[in-house]
Design a protein around this ligand. Structure first.
Ligand code: SF4
Length: 348
């Protein structure tokens, strides 16, 4: 397949002048430690850079090397991850750290095939680590790079079906030099210039060859399959506090939503949590108490559904084993439960 010439040099020139300084980033010919690249890439899945930076700095301060992370307790890792969402990522992170330490003497595999055998590492993340930490010419296509290439080459197949075609285009344009810088340069460029809305075509170093610009409607790419509407769910969380100011809390099951995280008991919002009938709201309360509804409910958006969660509160002493009563540390809670706690606290 022939392809229009892609001016990689222009992207490198742009990156040298405007690329971001990020705590995990090194510039060619320096290569970033694989531990840092992996950690940042896992954190960046579904999360923006500004949110990730303080988490990355906190993780690398607590656990400077991957074997420090492997030796940490899972509860500590989950608590440090709280607020980043998608908690299966944190569990896989901890498992992968254990494997790298126990089976690879603390060094990550240095190619895509080896990296993909670690939990939580899919094709994109493996390609990114191989390129950025090991200087390999691997395929690295995230949503930002997809946008640039779909526009430059006017790829008319809708996403996600277009992913293979875009990956093929990436492999064609991948230059022999600076393999660790190339994907990072494209990502920064997509963020700053070829933005989803109002791309800066006037000053764009790719403008000369960009087919979407020639067509006059760059925002029309990438073409996306119509979105399914997000279903709505309703649930309830139960916040009991005792006379010492502690709350009744549980660890959520390892598998499923907010898996392994500390949470208030709840019902109705996942298949495993029991039903919720607003006409009979306390039917699934964790124990009998003087439950009453808090005035406000909590809204929260998950990828596949939006949730309206009512909040029931009670003052109670003595239910359950002692370890279920804990001082609430909001920073250690997933965001949904942090919101629940804020509503409950307004009632006390
Ligand atoms: S010319 Fe416009 S659409 Fe094309 S790559 Fe540049 S910013 Fe993106």
């Amino acid at each position: 397949m022939t392809s229009p010439t892609f001016p990689a040099t222009a992207i490198f020139d742009w990156y040298d002048r405007h690329g971001r300084s990020l705590p995990w980033r090194h510039r060619w010919p320096d290569l970033a430690p694989a531990y840092h690249v992996w950690l940042s890439e896992i954190m960046l899945q579904q999360t923006v850079v500004a949110t990730v930076i303080p988490y990355f700095l906190d993780f690398t301060r607590r656990w400077p090397e991957i074997c420090d992370l492997a030796a940490a307790g899972q509860d500590d890792v989950m608590a440090a991850w709280a607020g980043l969402g998608y908690y299966a990522r944190a569990r896989n992170l901890h498992r992968a750290a254990g494997i790298v330490c126990a089976e690879h003497q603390g060094s990550f595999p240095d190619d895509v095939a080896g990296l993909r055998r670690l939990p939580g590492i899919g094709p994109y993340t493996a390609g990114a680590i191989a390129a950025i930490a090991f200087g390999r010419r691997s395929t690295v296509v995230d949503g930002n790079i997809e946008r640039v290439l779909a526009r430059y080459f006017v790829i008319t197949t809708p996403l996600p079906a277009a992913k293979a075609e875009i990956g093929g285009r990436y492999d064609e344009i991948l230059p022999p030099e600076r393999p660790s810088d190339f994907p990072q340069a494209l990502m920064d460029f997509a963020n700053a210039v070829c933005t989803p809305r109002n791309p800066g075509c006037e000053a764009c170093p790719l403008a000369g060859g960009c087919a979407a610009r020639r067509a006059g409607t760059p925002e029309a790419w990438p073409v996306k399959a119509p979105k399914k509407t997000r279903p709505e769910r309703r649930g309830i969380a139960f916040v009991a506090t005792d006379s010492q100011g502690r709350a009744f809390m549980v660890s959520r099951p390892e598998r499923g939503m907010l898996g392994g995280m500390l949470a208030f008991p709840s019902a109705g919002w996942t298949p495993d949590d029991g039903a919720y009938d607003p006409e009979n709201p306390f039917a699934n309360a964790p124990f009998e108490a003087d439950w009453r509804m808090a005035g406000d409910s909590v809204s929260h958006i998950f990828t596949h559904f939006s949730l309206s969660m009512d909040v029931a509160v009670a003052r109670y002493d003595g239910a359950g084993p002692p370890e279920t009563w804990q001082k609430v540390r909001p920073a250690s809670l997933p965001t949904l439960m942090r919101k629940v706690w804020m509503v409950a606290r307004r009632q006390s």
